[in-house]
Design a protein. Sequence first.
Length: 112
Amino acid sequence: MTEYGPVTIWVTIFVIGIATYGLRLSFIHLFGRIDDVPPKLERTLRYVPAAVLAALVVPQLVSIESTVQATLLDARLIAGVVASAVAWRTENVLATIAAGMGMLWLARFVLL
C-alpha cells in the first residue's frame, strides 16, 4: 500500500500522460517542419528496433541460477539461441517464431 492518496496518484498519472503525449507530439511537429531527416540521425535510428527487441527479450532468456550448468540448460535460453540462429540465417519472422517455440516445447517437455 502507498502513503499517497487517490487524488495524488491520479494527478501523477495525468501529468505523466500529458508529458508523454507532449513528447510524442513534439517529434511529430518537429519532423513535420523538417524536410529531410539528417543522415546521421537516420543511421542511428536504424538500430532502435533491434535495441528495443534485445532489451525486451534478453532478460527473459537469462535466468539467475546458482550454477552455470543450470543457467546453460535453461529451456528458454536454448530456445532463444535456436530462434536467434534461425532469425540470422533465414530473416523470416514466422520461421523464427516456429523454431523458437518448437525448441522451447521440445526442451521443456522432452529433453529437460
